[in-house]
Ligand binder design. Sequence first.
Ligand code: GUN
Ligand code: FE
Length: 425
Amino acid sequence: MPGLVDTHIHASQYSYAGTALDLPLLQWLTTYTFPVESQYTDLEFARRVYTQVVKRTLRNGTTTACYFATIHTDASLLLAQIANDFGQRALVGKVCMDRNGALEHYKEGTQESLDETSRFIRELLKRKYLLVKPVMTPRFAVSCSGELLLKLSEIAKNNNLHIQSHISETKEEVKLVKQLFPDLETYTDVYNEHNLLTDKTIMAHGCHLSDKELELFHKKGTSLAHCPNSNISYVHGSIYPYQTFAQHTATALAYGSDLSSIYLSVCLCLNAYYVETTYNVEMQWLCSGLLDVHKVLSHKVKLGLGTDVAGGYSASMLDAVRRARDTSKALTIMDPTRVPLTFEETFRLATLGGSQALSMDGQTGNFEVGKDFDALRVNVAVPDGPIDLVQYDGPKILLEKFLNMGDDRNILEVYVAGRKVVPIE
Ligand code: GUN
Ligand code: FE
């Protein structure tokens, strides 16, 4: 089958994937994400994590990955080198952020961000990797000033680069962006006014985009990365900080309290208070949102799937395929007139859809004559694998079985541009 395309993954967050999912987005960023990302001044740490994430995603059949790294140029270049060495097709982004970093040591000055981004692009292009390219990566409108957004779009244009960011992931974030850019009507307008919506732009999430915003996406040829695991992963926020405190203390007590868990709940309480007062938003008892894929497709907006590690806990695109169907079924439960996604549709999103979303469908996404050979050799009934019996037969049934029940044990070989990259030597 064609290779899987992960249109949105934070390589730098892989070390804590599967944990730290107990806070809503803005608190999650300041409590867990920024402290970890600030460790990438350490190139040995970077090498360890980046090697693991590239190997893990390749083994799980990700032939193309669109990566966020961190604000650090040298570590981001290292990620590009590692992807190239292992033979993965990749877009790699040095993250840009010049405000609301919350931790003073995890943000850049505006000029510093521009200079380092230029250095990152220059260095990466100089290496002439065949399959690894830079992608302009303003983290999201909350952490970038208008000046930075505008100047980054100029650099992207001058170098004909892809662009990636986040949009409309949670309702609090949407509210906050409105406060930060009071003159602009919508979140989509913020990126559009700063010339960041192009036909090589991919925005993650978009759970709360209006029809009007989706129309603008269509007009600009801009894509969305649907990250279903992430969208249903972050859990209990609270309306008031003391609720966060109460929740965490209760959890600590339930699991046999010790002083460190009580200490953690005090910290989280203070952090919630800090985020709510600095950002002036109310944290809500909600997951991020459920993206209505059929609505997006009805606007003819290009759409791929993403794992969004570590907001999503799995680095496997097979998980993204399953969660995308779960999300669409949840929407059908809420409104039975909605039709859930079929497995054929999610298969398409994970392959050709992702390739289109990254503007690579001239080269990848299926087995049309003339395209590069990005492929998986799958054995559904591998001994000691997760699938024991196949009652019904036929290629479509086998594909369905693999997408729903398979894992990396079923993926015997992975090819990128005709080169065998799994098994990894
Ligand atoms: N929005 C801004 N930064 C991030 C991030 O690292 N992960 C997710 N899921 N959303 C974000
Ligand atoms: Fe993300």
